[in-house]
Design a protein around this ligand. Structure first.
Ligand code: ZN
Length: 506
């Protein structure tokens, strides 16, 4: 087979696989939004058949043969070409899918399915002991998975290499060696800063966020803000779920979900900005490359950077509320009299150490992630036994945030990730925050446009420099090309300290 024919066959196969996967996404979205409860068992059958078909397609030996024909040919000579990038990513995915023995894949699926059910129950009862044997099994299997994936020629099983192999599923190319100093310096910087904020006599009046906000008005206000950012509602929609998410089916169809709390403004509004940020990224991916890596999102960290960009850098910025606050007052007549845009801005930026990651503010959020990174590194490296996890977790919260969980539900049982085997996932949240601030700091100054409620140029910059490339470059390279600078935590620290320092007078 000629390299050109092999490449064309790879494109056709990858596109077919993506269409098949998108069918699963439609079913998954429906399950979370409109499916009647009675549909559960049959939906499970539909999804597991699709998963089986997808797995068979992704591990088809023909992919290996075709890749061999393409690799080393003139077609991929230029490492930056679309063809070379697609071949690189196909190889990455194919190796990950085929290096694992099917016994291990099946066992992981079985163990994590049971573990997720056990986790729901254990969390409900705040009983880590009942979840412990599940987590122990998962950890053994994930270690085995990691050792199968460690590249040949390496030492084999050093702790960092194992964690690198797991990280690689979510943030290809990112390493433990890069993350370690990143989290250490963030922690060293944030802990005293948050402490100073706690000791400041300046405090926001958060009660303004907890007035009566009718849900139909919340929906309208959030949707019109997402539309003003550039989210195309002729190619997407917003529905209600208990756990908000964004699911992109393919070109022209991207679904956002949210939940409403009539007595708390932040939940729906900032949730929608977050999911709309994910959605704007999906809507900006090159549709003509759908199904191939160059038409897919770069990494979880870059995906999260897009949600954080609109939620925090724009939506929690003072310039945004110049334009939005009078509109907010109009949208909720009589709810916010005698409140100023400054007071409102301070309230939506309130910082308070808390035990639950998903409710954390912008300043404390990365500490929650740093704690998880250290703990899972120790678990994978065998330095921390699962039995000792709750105490280790609580100790870390006490030293980083000055508060100690009193139950496992508000401690190490709060997140779903470990129950599905998602070790290496958490760092992508912090990487998202850092990439977002890095983009914001390096794009042409958008302040005046944001004050006028105009977002076309901001979105245009992201479209050109981030969205349009899909997975053509790995995240580090994508960001370096977009901004001319390698990613560091500097822009994040500067913007966070600038904003919160001024508000809290620290
Ligand atoms: Zn997100």
């Amino acid at each position: 087979m000629s390299p050109t024919d092999a490449y064309a066959a790879l494109v056709a196969d990858a596109t077919e696989l993506s269409v098949l996967q998108s069918c699963g996404a439609v079913l998954g979205w429906d399950q979370q939004t409109y499916m009647p409860k009675g549909g559960g068992p049959f939906r499970g059958e539909q999804l597991s058949l699709l998963a089986k078909l997808c797995h068979a397609k992704a591990t088809d030996l023909k992919i290996g043969e075709r890749l061999a024909a393409v690799e080393g040919s003139d077609l991929v000579k230029d490492a930056d070409s679309v063809e070379a990038a697609n071949a690189r990513e196909w190889r990455h995915g194919y190796d990950r899918a085929t290096k694992l023995p099917s016994r291990l894949v099946e066992e992981l699926a079985r163990v994590t399915t049971a573990a997720q059910e056990a986790w729901v129950e254990a969390k409900g009862k705040s009983d880590f002991v009942s979840f412990r044997p599940h987590l122990e099994k998962i950890l053994l299997l994930k270690r085995e998975e990691a050792s199968c994936l460690v590249p040949p020629g390496g030492v084999g099983t050093s702790k960092d290499q194992l964690y690198d192999a797991l990280l690689d599923e979510y943030e290809p190319g990112c390493t433990t060696a890069e993350l370690r100093p990143l989290f250490a310096s963030l922690t060293a910087e944030l802990v005293p800063f948050i402490k100073a904020i706690g000791e400041s006599s300046k405090k926001p009046d958060e009660s303004v966020l907890r007035r009566e906000f009718p849900t139909d008005r919340q929906k309208w206000f959030a949707e019109s803000t997402a539309a003003a950012f550039g989210f195309d509602f002729t190619a997407g929609r917003l529905d209600t779920t208990s756990h908000p998410f964004c699911s992109a089916f393919g070109p022209g169809d991207c679904r956002l979900t949210t939940r409403y709390n009539p007595r708390f403004f932040n939940e729906c509004f900032f949730g929608v900005l977050h999911e709309a940020g994910h959605g704007l990224y999906e809507q900006g991916l090159p549709a003509d490359k759908f199904g191939t890596p160059c038409g897919a999102y770069c990494s979880l960290g870059v995906h999260e950077s897009q949600s954080r960009f609109w939620e925090n850098l724009i939506g929690r910025g003072r310039p945004f509320w110049d334009h939005a606050f009078p509109r907010l007052q109009q949208a909720f007549p009589g709810v916010l009299p005698n409140v100023t845009a400054d007071q409102w801005h301070f309230a939506v930026n309130a910082v308070k150490p808390s035990l639950i990651r998903v409710e954390a503010d912008e300043a404390t959020y990365n500490l929650h992630v740093a704690i998880r990174f250290e703990l899972e590194l120790a678990l994978i490296g065998g330095e921390l036994a699962v039995a000792d996890l709750p105490a280790a977790w609580n100790d870390k919260y006490e030293s980083a945030l000055g508060i100690r969980p009193t139950t496992d539900a508000e401690g190490c049982l709060q997140d779903i990730h470990w129950s599905f085997g998602g070790f290496g996932y958490f760092p992508t949240y912090t990487l998202g925050n850092l990439h977002a601030a890095h983009y914001f700091a390096h794009m042409p100054d958008p302040t005046d446009a944001i004050r006028r409620g105009e977002f076309r140029d901001v979105l245009g910059w992201l479209r050109t420099n981030v969205h349009a490339h899909g997975r053509r470059y790995r995240s580090g390279e994508l960001t370096r090309r977009a901004t001319g600078q390698p990613l560091t935590a500097e822009a994040f620290s500067k913007s966070l300290k600038g904003k919160l320092g001024a508000l809290y007078g620290v």
